[in-house]
Design a binder for this molecule. Structure first.
Ligand code: GLN
Length: 492
C-alpha cells in the first residue's frame, strides 16, 4: 500500500489487527517518507530507524502470538523533551546536544508498553521556550502548509511531522500553549490535559507548575487513542494525580452537543492584534456548533490583561531554578579549558544556552532575587489565583469556554518579532496553564493565505473526555481536520 500515511489511527489499528499490513511495512513506509521529505521541513532531530524496525518486528511477533494491544505496531514521534533511554534527548539545546538519558520518561515507557514504535525525536524551541521553533539549536522547523512559515512552538516538530504525514501522531508538551498553538498553526488537533493528568517524569522541566504533556494528531479521535496511553497516575511524579483515567476513545460520543453551554469571553474577541480572518473562522466554527445544538453564552474573563505579565514572571522564575542544574559539571555541555570553577559555570552556560533561554534565566533570577521576590514572584502567584477564580466563576455558567488558540496564523520564518511581540501571541493559551485547566485546539478553516486557523475549547478540571467528544462531533460534521498540505500528498 502506498497511502498508509493517509490512514487515521483507528484505521491503522484495524489494518494491523486484520493483517492488511504489518508493523514492519508501516514503519518502513514512514521511514521512507521521512528520508525523502523531512529535509524540507527539518522536523526530526533524530531518526531511530534501526530501533524502530526492531520494535516493529517485535510488535508483529507479539501480534502473531496473540498478545497485541490495540496500538501495537503503530508508529509515533516524541518531542525531544521526553527522555528516551539510549537515544539522545536534546530539548533543542546545544546544552544537551550529546545527552543520552539512562532512563525513559514515563510517557515514553507507557508508549513502549502499548507497543508503539518510536520513529524518532522531533524538534522544538530550546527548552520549550518560544512560539516558533526557531530557537532550536538544530535550526528552524518549517510549516508543512508554507515552507517559509513557522510551525509554531514550542512543539513545532511534533506539529510538522503530523501535518507532513511523517508520523501518524506525536507527543507534545504545553507550558503556555506549546501543544495548542502549533496545532493551530499546522491545522491539527492537540490536547493540553489538566495539570496532573499526564506524568512529567522524564520530561525535561521548563516551568514545573505549568508543564503538561499531551497528544497532537489530525483528529480528536486520533488524540483520544494517544491520551489512553499517556494519561494516568505515576508514583515517580508527585504532582501527577491519583484519579481514574477515562477511556477517551470509548467516550468520543459521550457528550451531547444538545444544550451544551459554550462560553464566549467578550474580552477575548476584543484583543488588539486578533487577525480578522482568525476571528471570522472561529466565529463560523461557533456558529456550526450552535447549529449542532450548543448554546452560546457570553461570559466575562476580567483578568485577560494580566495573563501575559503573570505568565512571563512565573514561567521564567521556575525556568531559572530548573535550568540551574546545567552547570557544565554533571552532564550537558562543558566549555573548553576552564580556568577555574566560576569560569566553567559561566562559559558552559553562556556557550550552551541560546539567547531566549538566557533572557528568561535573567528575568527569572531577577524576579526571585531577595529584594524583588515579594514585588514580583509572590504578587504574580496571587494574580494567578485570581485568574483561576475568574475561570471557575465562568464555569458556573457554562460547560466549556471558546477562544482562538492564537491571535494570528503562522508567522514568517525570520519575522524577528521582539520578545514582547512574541509573548503577546500567547495571550489565549497561557491562562489555561496558570489555572491548570485542560484545553484543546481544533482546526476550523484557513485564512486568505491558506494558513490554518484553530479554535480553542477550554474545559473545567478533568474534562478531557468532554473536550475530545465535542471536537470529535464537530469533526464528524465538518472536514477541516482532513485537509492536507501539499507536502503531505507527496509520495515517497
Ligand atoms: N510560547 C510560550 C513560551 O514561550 C509557551 C511555551 C510552552 O508552552 N512550552 O513560554
Amino acid at each position: 500500500m502506498t497511502d498508509l500515511h493517509r490512514l487515521s489511527i483507528r484505521e491503522l489499528t484495524e489494518g494491523l489487527a486484520n493483517a492488511k499490513f504489518s508493523a514492519r511495512e508501516l514503519t518502513e513506509h514512514y521511514l521512507k517518507r521521512i528520508e525523502k521529505i523531512d529535509a524540507q521541513v527539518n522536523a526530526y532531530v533524530t531518526v531511530t530507524a534501526e530501533q524502530a524496525l526492531a520494535q516493529a518486528d517485535a510488535a508483529d511477533a507479539l501480534r502473531q502470538a496473540g498478545g497485541a494491544g490495540v496500538l501495537t505496531g503503530v508508529p509515533i514521534a516524541h518531542k525531544d523533551i521526553f527522555c528516551t533511554q539510549g537515544i539522545k534527548t536534546t530539548a533543542g539545546s546545544k546544552m544537551l546536544d550529546n545527552f543520552i538519558s539512562p532512563y525513559d520518561a514515563t510517557v515514553v515507557a507507557k508508549g513502549k508498553t502499548a507497543g508503539l514504535v518510536t520513529l524518532g525525536k522531533v524538534n522544538m524551541d530550546e527548552f520549550a521556550m518560544g512560539s516558533t521553533s526557531e530557537s532550536s539549536y538544530f535550526g528552524a522547523t518549517k510549516n508543512p502548509w508554507a515552507l517559509d512559515r513557522v510551525p509554531g512552538g514550542s512543539s513545532g516538530g511534533s506539529a510538522a511531522v503530523v501535518a507532513a504525514d511523517l508520523a501518524p501522531f506525536a507527543t507534545g508538551t504545553d507550558t503556555g500553549g506549546s501543544i495548542r498553538q502549533p496545532a493551530s498553526f499546522c491545522g491539527l488537533t492537540g490536547l493540553k490535559p489538566t495539570y496532573g493528568r499526564v506524568s512529567r517524569f522524564g520530561m525535561i522541566a521548563y516551568a514545573s507548575s505549568l508543564d503538561q504533556g499531551g497528544p497532537m494528531a489530525r483528529s480528536a479521535e486520533d488524540c483520544a487513542y494517544l491520551m489512553n496511553v499517556m494519561a494516568g497516575h505515576d508514583t515517580k511524579d508527585s504532582t501527577s494525580v491519583e484519579k481514574d483515567v477515562d477511556d477517551y476513545v470509548a467516550n468520543l460520543n459521550g457528550t451531547s452537543l444538545k444544550g451544551l453551554r459554550i462560553g464566549i469571553p467578550k474580552q477575548y474577541f476584543n484583543v488588539a492584534g486578533l487577525a480578522a480572518d482568525v476571528k471570522a473562522r472561529v466565529e463560523e466554527s461557533l456558529k456550526k456548533l450552535e447549529e449542532m445544538g450548543a448554546i452560546l453564552v457570553e461570559v466575562d474573563l476580567n483578568m485577560t490583561e494580566a495573563y501575559v505579565p503573570t505568565y512571563y514572571l512565573i514561567a521564567p522564575a521556575e525556568a531559572s531554578s530548573n535550568l540551574s542544574r546545567y552547570d557544565g559539571v554533571r552532564y550537558g555541555y562543558r566549555c573548553e579549558d576552564p580556568k577555574d570553577i566560576l569560569d566553567l559555570y559561566k562559559r558552559s552556560r553562556s556557550e550552551g544556552f541560546g539567547a531566549e533561554v538566557q533572557r528568561r534565566i535573567l528575568i527569572g533570577t531577577y524576579a526571585l532575587s531577595a529584594g524583588y521576590y515579594d514585588a514580583y514572584y509572590v504578587k504574580a502567584q496571587k494574580v494567578r489565583r485570581l485568574i483561576q477564580q475568574d475561570f471557575l466563576k465562568a464555569f458556573e455558567q457554562v460547560d466549556v469556554i471558546a477562544a482562538p488558540s492564537a491571535p494570528t496564523t503562522a508567522y514568517r520564518i525570520g519575522a524577528n518579532l521582539s520578545p514582547v511581540e512574541m509573548y503577546l501571541g500567547d495571550i489565549y493559551t497561557i491562562a489555561v496553564n496558570l489555572a491548570g485547566l485542560p484545553a484543546i485546539n481544533a482546526p476550523v478553516g484557513f485564512d486568505k493565505d491558506n494558513l490554518p486557523v484553530g479554535l480553542q475549547l477550554i474545559g473545567n478540571y478533568w474534562s478531557e473526555s468532554q473536550l475530545l467528544s465535542v471536537v470529535h462531533q464537530y469533526q464528524q460534521a465538518t472536514d477541516w481536520h482532513t485537509k492536507r498540505a501539499a507536502i503531505a500528498e507527496e509520495n515517497a
